[in-house]
Design a protein around this ligand. Structure first.
Ligand code: ISL
Ligand code: CA
Length: 536
């Protein structure tokens, strides 16, 4: 929400919407980075970790926001982006000056190899992960954009700086951190060449690297364990066995991780921009694996999307005729699994992907770099590339929040930094609040149901018919109570056979996205129908 008409959402704007967020049933707000930043990557390139981005407001605005959140009984999670800083951070400005500058070792500098990059690693945002710097004749490593140089975690001083930053915000009273790319800090010594490929070359030498658990444990010991807070590490590509090391109950590292398996299965072979339709059993297998794998050993996190992923309903549901039904079904699933559910802004009204006509309408550095590499320099077909962008782009989730049906969806009185989705006249908060049958009101009920149903929170997980291509059927069990969930992932009627082990006669409906009296029996589930029963 933009409070001053400059077209950019800001802290005061968020503060003005806290009642709305609270009303949905939210306990904790995770805010994307709002620190001082030249904004090459939407704030994930930080030039001062102890100050607020000019566009977003001032430290006073931040304090007001934090107070407003606490006054409503909610908590605030900040984004900790410390795999890299901005190249405009004073550490990097110093570091690049000379080889003997005291900040030189804050970053990862290497000599050229045969006049070229020191190794073959690629950046997540296209091209090599190295940038040559004239001043000293060396390259620096940047796993993301060239304005995001990687910090050197091997350097103890860097780690102490990070812990000081963490302390600074925790002492201000925030309630925890979402840690950006928290499994990439530790790089294998010698930075060896990665295996062949086009994307993600070198990941095997820094994903869950040799000292990563030592670093997280150190941060826990020195800072985070001293506060009553929560932490969640974002970990693209993390395997279950590794995740257990980050969140295992006896590990003293992090409380939760965001795993990425579900985000990777609809991509192409070694090309995450390509996309395919995923058969339901594959999607279910991902969720079921994490349910069973973490149960009793570490706490899970649950999400469908965030600021980096396409909109849920466009990706896993149906953003046409069944937009409301399918979004409700998908969130019925999220709110009935074990773990902490995260709901990204706009999901509660079923916002969809956007289809911009031209590449110029997209803002994201990931998209712009990819377009340069593939279309401008590589001669790829622009229409096909745009088609991939329309499916995958992070900007799908970043179009302004749709508050009402007035110009620019009520987000700003000025020109929005990114165009609003043209469907804002039908899909907006005002409409959702007026409609008792809206996604918003359904999600509100779902959240209430979960909070008042211990088995929905703590129960273990058992799946039925994993090979069923239309239905996700599972139960949760806790202290004698059973939660039984059936979800139709298709736009067709599908028949359900109640598993023999489930006592249908004792089942009471807790919630469903269709009206009318429902009884648990063999029969048909309507398109995208979801039903949740309690049996005790
Ligand atoms: O979103 C991705 C691909 O489309 C991922 O590769 C993503 O870049 C990765 O998950 C890391 O994400 C996090 O760190 C990035 C930042 O751009 C993302 O917004 C952030 O969530 C670099 O800080
Ligand atoms: Ca503004």
């Amino acid at each position: 929400m933009d409070s001053n008409g400059d077209g950019i959402g800001d802290l005061k704007g968020v503060t003005s919407k806290l009642d709305y967020i609270k009303d949905l049933g939210v306990d904790v707000i995770w805010m994307s980075p709002c620190y001082k930043s030249p904004n090459d990557d939407n704030g994930y390139d930080i030039s001062d970790y102890r100050d607020i981005m000019d566009e977003f407001g001032t430290m006073e605005d931040f304090n007001e926001l934090l107070e407003g959140i606490h006054a409503r009984g909610m908590k605030l999670l900040m984004d900790l982006v410390v795999n890299h800083s901005s190249d405009e951070h004073k550490w990097f400005l110093e570091s690049r000056k000379s080889k003997d500058n005291p900040y030189r070792d804050y970053y990862i500098w290497r000599d050229p190899r045969d006049g070229k990059e020191p190794n073959n690693w690629t950046s997540f945002f296209s091209g090599p992960a190295w940038e040559y710097d004239e001043a000293t004749g060396q390259y620096y490593l940047h796993l993301f954009s060239k304005k995001q140089p990687d910090l050197n975690w091997e350097n103890e001083k860097v780690r102490e700086e990070v812990y000081d930053i963490v302390k600074f915000w925790l002492d201000k009273g925030i309630d925890g951190f979402r840690m950006d790319v928290a499994n990439l800090y530790s790089k294998v010594e010698g930075l060896p060449d990665g295996g062949p490929g086009y994307e993600n070359v070198g990941t095997e030498f820094y994903q869950d690297g040799p000292r990563i658990h030592e670093f997280h444990h150190e941060m826990y010991e020195k800072v985070t364990s001293k506060y009553d807070i929560m932490t969640v590490g974002e970990m693209s590509g993390v395997p279950l066995e590794q995740a257990l090391k980050y969140v295992g109950n006896d590990r003293e590292e992090l409380n939760m991780v965001f795993q990425f398996d579900q985000n990777l299965i609809d991509g192409g072979e070694n090309d995450h921009w390509a996309h395919r339709t995923v058969p339901l059993p594959e999607l279910k297998a991902v969720f079921s694996k994490w349910q069973n794998g973490l149960n009793g050993k570490g706490w899970n996190s649950l999400y469908w999307t965030n600021h980096d992923q396409p909109r849920t309903v466009s990706r896993w549901g149906n953003d046409g005729e069944y937009r409301k039904k399918s979004q409700k079904m998908l969130y019925t699933m999220l709110l009935t699994l074990q773990g902490t559910p995260y709901i990204y802004q706009g999901e509660e009204i079923g916002m969809t992907n956007v289809s911009f006509d031209s590449i110029d309408d997209y803002d994201d550095v990931e998209i712009r770099n990819m377009w340069q590499e593939r279309v401008v320099r590589g001669g790829a077909d622009p229409e096909e590339t745009l088609d991939n962008i329309r499916y995958r782009a992070r900007d799908n989730a970043r179009t302004p929040m749709q508050w009402d049906e007035t110009e620019n969806a009520g987000f700003t009185t000025g020109t929005p930094w990114l165009k609003v989705n043209p469907n804002y006249k039908e899909i907006n908060v005002k409409e959702a609040l007026e409609d008792p049958d809206s996604i918003f009101h359904y999600m509100q009920r779902l959240i209430r149901m979960r909070k008042s149903t211990p088995v929905a929170i703590y129960g273990d997980f058992k799946e039925y018919e994993p090979e069923n291509e239309s239905l996700y059927i599972y139960e949760r069990n806790y202290e004698g109570a059973k939660l039984f969930v059936v979800l139709n992932f298709t736009d067709k009627e599908v028949s359900l056979t109640v598993p023999e082990a489930v006592d249908a006669s004792a089942a009471k409906l807790l919630i469903s996205n269709y009206d009318g009296e429902q009884k648990l029996t063999d029969g048909k589930l309507l398109p995208y129908e979801g039903q949740v029963y309690l049996i005790q």
